[in-house]
Write a new protein. Structure first.
Length: 272
């Protein structure tokens, strides 16, 4: 429900946080538009597995993942399983991006890779959008990019096998975090793929034998991105291309050091 959780640290975002917090979407704002939000941002730190929203919760906050943080939208099914629909990192935001007023959550929002997030009241974002058409336009464009991820995910889940989807997820995670060592368990990966732990273990073992990944305790290391790319489908590249068309400079790539896709104040990468 977006409230302070047990063990969660909440603090005002300092000038340092907002110059190196690592969210590219906020970094694409003009300095004057970012100034409408700066005083209302609160930095929180959430561990992997933390839930931001449950289905049906009122969405009162927008969360901007920073640096290596990754958040997934998971849809619970009637048989108890849950399937990931899309993952959001420092290129985006989680929460009430477009709608105004009461907005119940449809999916579960889960932190998959721990890291800092900047939290903003939806009401403050609504006020800023009303005050600035360029800011409103940027978030509308991001909503289009997020929808493209959902479309691509539906197509991917329907047509590609678990090996391809797993490789795609790992490559997309590397792009967003800039880290070859992903703080991710095989249990988490299995849950996102909607399969059992033993199945995903076989997939990871095959990737390890191919020299693409190396499993470690509580982590998964990408050893060879090119080999992983030969296993993956091309869905995450399609999403990247759409981002580049609609919000140039916002979607990160793995060659950036995590945190360099910063909340900058010296001019946006995207200009509405």
């Amino acid at each position: 429900m977006g409230f302070q959780g047990k063990g969660e640290r909440v603090q005002a975002a300092s000038a340092d946080d907002t110059s190196s917090g690592g969210n590219n979407l906020l970094g694409a704002l003009r300095p004057s538009d970012f100034g409408l939000l700066r005083a209302h941002l609160r930095r929180i730190d959430r561990a992997g597995g933390s839930v931001l929203y449950e289905p049906g919760d009122d969405v009162r906050h927008v969360y901007f993942p920073c640096g290596p943080a990754l958040v997934s939208f998971m849809v619970p099914l009637e048989d108890g399983r849950q399937v990931e629909i899309t993952t959001i990192g420092r290129e985006g935001a989680v929460g009430g991006i477009v709608s105004q007023g009461r907005l119940p959550a449809f999916a579960r929002a889960v932190v998959q890779v721990s890291g800092p997030l900047l939290r903003l009241d939806c009401a403050e974002l609504d006020r800023a959008k009303a005050a600035s058409p360029p800011l409103r336009n940027l978030f509308a464009r991001y909503a289009d990019c997020l929808l493209s991820q959902v479309f691509q995910s539906v197509a991917c889940n329907a047509t590609h096998d678990i090996e391809q989807r797993t490789a795609k997820w790992l490559l997309a995670a590397f792009d967003r975090t800039g880290e070859e060592d992903l703080r991710l368990t095989q249990e988490q990966l299995a849950a996102m793929m909607g399969v059992g732990r033993s199945y995903i273990s076989r997939v990871i073992r095959q990737m390890q034998e191919a020299g693409a990944v190396e499993p470690r305790r509580g982590r998964l290391r990408i050893r060879d991105g090119e080999r992983l790319g030969t296993i993956s489908c091309g869905c995450h590249l399609s999403v990247r291309r759409h981002f580049d068309d609609v919000l140039s400079g916002v979607y990160p790539n793995g060659n950036e050091v995590a945190g360099h896709g910063a909340i900058v104040t010296n001019g946006p990468a995207f200009r509405p």
